[in-house]
Design a protein around this ligand. Structure first.
Ligand SMILES: NC(=O)c1ccc[n+]([C@@H]2O[C@H](COP(=O)([O-])OP(=O)(O)OC[C@H]3O[C@@H](n4cnc5c(N)ncnc54)[C@H](OP(=O)(O)O)[C@@H]3O)[C@@H](O)[C@H]2O)c1
Length: 324
């Protein structure tokens, strides 16, 4: 089969022949129709991930057809374990160390397969799993979002942020977004956001509060020095859920504000199989279509990674694996 392979970190992926996977007793062979990128794939190509083993086929998101003819999407979170509160020590994400979805075929444990939402074509189905799962848990499990509340979603151009916007709007919450780009804010408002602010403008937190406070919840994948603005933006007793640190660690955190405002600073990583099923229920009920920025041919995977590097996308970057 053809696959996009990382043979060496900091080198482009190579489209090459790889042995077709064989399904073991508990696995199902899936012929992939589409795959999607996550920032994780980019971090791995840059060597910024623990335990990288090459050669490896990257890709956590995929949609395709089983040998029995069932149309499926793959839950990329393996071995979550029994507890809903946290993942087990065996938890791993599809696409390193195990070979991932940037390939024509993949062998997947049966329990990771879920029916493809009927309203989604292959590209949109592939765009959903990792971002949808992460956004669902961050908003509703860790963030406990209620329909009467106001939530700020940072960096709205991101794949997780975009689907978080859609899920929060479907839940009836008031959504404010931040971005580096007015054009992306305009797109988010067309999707149901009430307002948007440029996080590049210093002191934007006070404007958010004056115009749209109280902000009960913030969903953040950026971290970095901008985190301080989030502590200023959220209302007393409010919650900030962190699911990523795209801009790096936060060097300075004013803990005085954290305890004085009685804040909840919460982490979130992907989600359990129950969270995945609950996310799918909302997506099916509201006929949510993940936002796709661009679909690339599998052979153009490096172009998609470069687009992710400069963050010019709004939503997901998808790879078309098969036209059939
Ligand atoms: N914990 C988990 O389970 C989990 C799951 C998925 C992803 N993640 C992590 O979450 C992050 C986002 O992932 P993704 O796949 O959605 O990435 P992505 O699609 O590449 O999104 C990156 C976005 O980050 C935003 N951004 C950059 N600098 C920012 C800043 N200073 N303040 C606010 N936003 C900023 C940009 O938004 P604008 O273009 O609007 O400026 C950019 O589009 C990554 O760090 C990823 O590793 C974690």
């Amino acid at each position: 089969m053809k696959a996009l392979v990382l043979n060496e970190v900091k080198k482009p992926l190579v489209l090459q022949e790889m042995p077709s996977p064989k399904a073991s007793k508990n696995q199902v062979l899936v012929k992939l129709m589409a795959a999607a990128l996550n920032r994780r794939d980019y971090w791995i190509t840059q060597g910024s991930y623990p335990g990288i083993q090459c050669p490896v086929i990257l890709g956590s998101d995929g949609a395709g057809i089983t040998e029995q003819g069932t149309e499926v999407i793959i839950n990329p979170g393996y071995n979550w374990g029994r507890q809903q509160e946290t993942q087990s020590g065996d938890f791993k994400i599809l696409g390193m160390p195990d070979n991932g979805t940037f390939a024509e075929e993949i062998a997947v444990p049966k329990e990771q397969l879920f029916a493809r939402p009927e309203h989604l074509d292959w590209a949109h189905a592939a765009a959903l799993p990792l971002a949808g799962l992460t956004a669902y848990r961050a908003l509703f499990v860790q963030g406990k979002l209620q329909s009467s509340q106001t939530v700020v979603i940072t960096g709205i151009g991101g794949g997780v942020a975009c689907i978080a916007l859609q899920l929060a709007v479907a839940a009836g919450a008031t959504v404010i977004v931040t971005s580096s780009s007015q054009a992306k804010i305009d797109k988010a408002m067309a999707m149901g956001a009430t307002a948007g602010f440029l996080y590049t403008t210093e002191g934007y937190a006070s404007q958010v509060n004056e115009q749209f406070g109280p902000v009960h919840l913030i969903i953040d994948g950026a971290g970095g020095d901008g985190y301080g603005e989030l502590v200023d933006t959220v209302c007393p007793g409010g919650t900030i859920v962190s699911y990523g640190i795209t801009t790096g660690p936060t060097a300075k955190l004013e803990l005085r504000k954290v305890y004085w405002k009685q804040l909840h600073l919460v982490g979130s990583t992907m989600g359990s199989p129950d969270n995945f099923a609950a996310m799918l229920e909302i997506v099916n009920k509201h006929k949510i279509e993940p936002v796709i920025d661009e679909v690339f041919a599998l052979s153009d995977g490096n172009k998609a990674l470069e687009k992710m590097n400069v963050s010019s996308q709004f939503g997901k970057l998808v790879l078309r694996v098969s036209d059939k």
